[in-house]
Design a protein around this ligand. Sequence first.
Ligand code: G6P
Length: 607
Amino acid sequence: MCGIVGYIGGRNATPILVEGLRKLEYRGYDSAGIAVLEGARSRVVRCRGKLGELEKLLAAGHPSGTTGIGHTRWATHGRPSDENAHPHKVGGIAVVHNGIIENHLSLRAALAASGRTFSSETDTEIVAHLIDAELAAGGGSLGDAVRRALARVRGAYAIVVLSDAHPDLLVAAKNASPLVIGLGDGEGFVASDVPAILEHTRRVIFLEEGDVAEVTRAGVTLTDLAGRPLVREPRVITWSAVQAQKDGFTHFMLKEIHEQPRAVADTLRGRLDLIGATTLLDEVELEPRTIRRLFLVACGTSYHAALVGKFLIEGLARIPVEVDLASEFRYRDPVIGPEDLFVAISQSGETADTLAALKEAKARGARSLAITNVVDSSIARAADLRFYTHAGPEIGVASTKAFTTQLISLVLVAVRLGRLAGTLSETRAAALLAELATLPARLKEVVDQAAQLQAIAQRYGHAKGMLFLGRGPLWPIALEGALKLKEVSYMHAEGYSAGEMKHGPIALVDADLPVVVLALRGPLYEKTLSNLSEVRARDARVIVVATQGDTEIRAHADEVFFVPDVSPELQPIVATLPLQLLAYYVADLRGTDVDQPRNLAKSVTVE
Ligand code: G6P
């Protein structure tokens, strides 16, 4: 999510850190900062805003030294502010951190009980305290203190530690968030992403889970968390700077599709309480007995998430749900009041229509919840309650990982409501949550088969258009598949409820119209197969997304793409990825501007 740069060498660290952070600006961020060792003390300069703001502060007197760390922050715990910007300094320890510490609340309580006080709302400050406490307790090196501190931490992190008392050392550690060490001549670098250091060195070591690196001017020493030595061979990066921004993928959209297993894991992190068979929803405290109805309101791709949300919440919590396009809701004189919960779903948190709809609902007395990816965005601030999707910045204009993490968020909200309403048994909730925990690995299985979708795209990518069909909770995914295809490839596409298809779109069906059918095993499988037969009878070429292990489906299809066998509530998520990949590969084949399609904007802040 955020960006990290660290430097130790013979040159002035400040410009190297600031320029490194600039190379990561494309990732999106809301605050920035550096810490540089000046003699025996590090000086921290940090602020809310863009690097330009930081540079203004640095112009007034920048720290001068040859060892330092820098960070661009994308808020997760705590709003974007000067205090929450990294680095966080506690005693002589300065820390920058990417990721999410799951047990930060219990660690904060334990540290507070031992008399420690905090100057930010972040989970990162906890890590700085833990390391400082370990050093104060004595025994061992800075590396030992970091390892002992991390043994108490659960969650995802990439951290770099700078210590006043250890001027010739940076300690870096990684678990589930990327971190790379750059090897220079008499100097060393640390970065969350290769572009930050590419102009200085191409010899790098990618850290693996649980690695701790002690970086000096002479080189790097690696251990695991228990302090056992490790050897990792350096690699030479041959990517260009532009390729490096995309992790070697040809487009951000493809990179972000592949990031979804990680993004989904981040959405789930700290929110699954399997023992209590409930879900922990941060700031969200819902009381279903007082909720008469929910309104899920959104635009674009987020509207498709809302449509899935209706199935999830009505199915698991038995509370009626209305779904609206924000641009319609705001002008239709909606019947909504204090007993209703208005849920705004917005990746950016800034969409003008969604914000206006939220204000309209609040003016009529409804309570409100924002499901969004951007901490402290306008919609997050305007709502009474917030649930952050933690997908990380999305750069491709066509939404991919932001959408799947919205779906995950809606499953969590539905499970929570179902448990509170007493409509969802503890056993069923526990089973669903256990299955959710396996989802990142299942999604990885899907993206690992991307080549198959590339081949399908090559066979059908020149068609005049495509029709996408699904039923039940897969109907909104058919809509999303069609939207994604038209957004990025400019091919005309239509998504339809498979059962409704006979009332119109069937007139379009012929041998030149490929039809994508979402036919996963479940309560509506047989019905969907009947609809599939209707289009086949009219000579359509049929591409089916089916459940792994479905041995009969090949007889009904020209192409089959198998997805993992999951519960119906999670099928929309596994079925989305192949459609994103299909859209991407058709667009790539047609040579469109995949990441910035014509006429589209990532964040639509005008009506
Ligand atoms: C724009 C984007 C879409 C997005 C929609 C809603 O049209 O191009 O990808 O789905 O806005 O955005 P939001 O940020 O509210 O989810």
